[in-house]
Ligand binder design. Structure first.
Ligand code: FES
Length: 76
């Protein structure tokens, strides 16, 4: 058990996104990303694969510390 998460470490992380699929894979063309894009890593976003801020509630409930990965273009 992970004391911080208060749940077994072997529990699944995804209980929301496209549950009927054996493996959730998303493709995003880098050309479609304007200045930056935030991608969800908590599996709770209603705008998957993008972060919609749902990680805040997820972290509060579970004691997790999930946050998005932000892909951005270098300033030129
Ligand atoms: Fe999942 Fe933000 S909503 S990381």
């Amino acid at each position: 058990y992970c004391p911080a998460a208060r749940k077994p470490n072997n529990s699944r992380c995804n209980n929301k996104v496209r549950m009927h699929e054996a493996k959730v894979v998303d493709m995003v063309d880098v050309e479609d990303i304007a200045e930056k894009a935030a991608f969800c890593r908590c599996w709770k976003s209603k705008n998957w694969p993008y972060c919609d801020g749902s990680h805040g509630e997820h972290n509060k409930i579970t004691g997790d510390n999930a946050g998005p990965v932000v892909v951005k273009r270098k300033a030129t």
